[in-house]
Design a protein around this ligand. Structure first.
Ligand SMILES: Nc1ccn([C@H]2C[C@H](O)[C@@H](COP(=O)(O)OP(=O)(O)OP(=O)(O)O)O2)c(=O)n1
Length: 167
């Protein structure tokens, strides 16, 4: 995937479809800083590294070193993933709704959240690997489908499921 920006500073991904040989360019963000000049704060962004393949490789090394591939079949990884999603849910349960950035959380709680979200990602990426799903490419294709299903003209400001759109 080729990442570049267009003249409104939108991050674009040039993605290829290996099956059809087609390639397409999609905006990765519809309301980044350039599209929302009045925004009070800069949008939160991730570090550039590590990428998904880096994390997949690090976890594969961790698993290989421990002779754990015998336990890491797709079904077990799925159960482990769901367990870790449950641990994320536990951190949020029985508290009120919270604003972006979790301003009312203690540092120790934020650190716990970092750990649990990382566990979710690690198991998700290993599950994709063991299912032979090339997740970075798959996610681009799925997001392109989401854009088709939820055109801005029909979905703007509405949380309706696409099946409820009227023509
Ligand atoms: N068989 C295993 C066990 C652990 N891990 C790795 C992936 C996860 O990132 C993390 C999960 O470790 P734990 O099962 O110990 O779970 P937690 O870290 O969430 O600990 P706890 O359950 O005490 O909160 O370690 C793994 O790949 N395979």
């Amino acid at each position: 995937v080729d990442l570049k920006t267009n003249n409104t500073n939108q991050l674009l991904a040039k993605a290829g479809d290996t099956e059809t040989g087609t390639s397409f360019t999609i905006p990765l963000s519809e309301n980044g800083a350039a599209g929302n000049p009045g925004a009070a704060h800069r949008r939160f962004t991730f570090s550039e590294e590590p990428n998904m393949e880096d994390i997949r490789r690090l976890q594969a090394e961790f698993t290989d070193e421990r002779d754990w591939n015998q336990f890491h079949q797709p079904r077990n990884l799925l159960l482990a993933l769901i367990g870790e999603v449950g641990e994320v849910a536990e951190l949020f349960q029985w508290r009120g709704e919270t604003a972006e950035g979790l301003p009312d959380w203690k540092a120790a709680e934020r650190e716990q959240l970092e750990h649990e979200l990382s566990d979710v990602l690690i198991y998700l990426l290993e599950l994709a690997e063991k299912c032979h799903v090339d997740l970075p490419q798959a996610v681009l294709r799925k997001m392109a489908l989401n854009r088709l299903k939820y055109p801005v003209s029909k979905a703007y400001g509405s949380a309706k499921k696409y099946t409820e759109f009227k023509d």
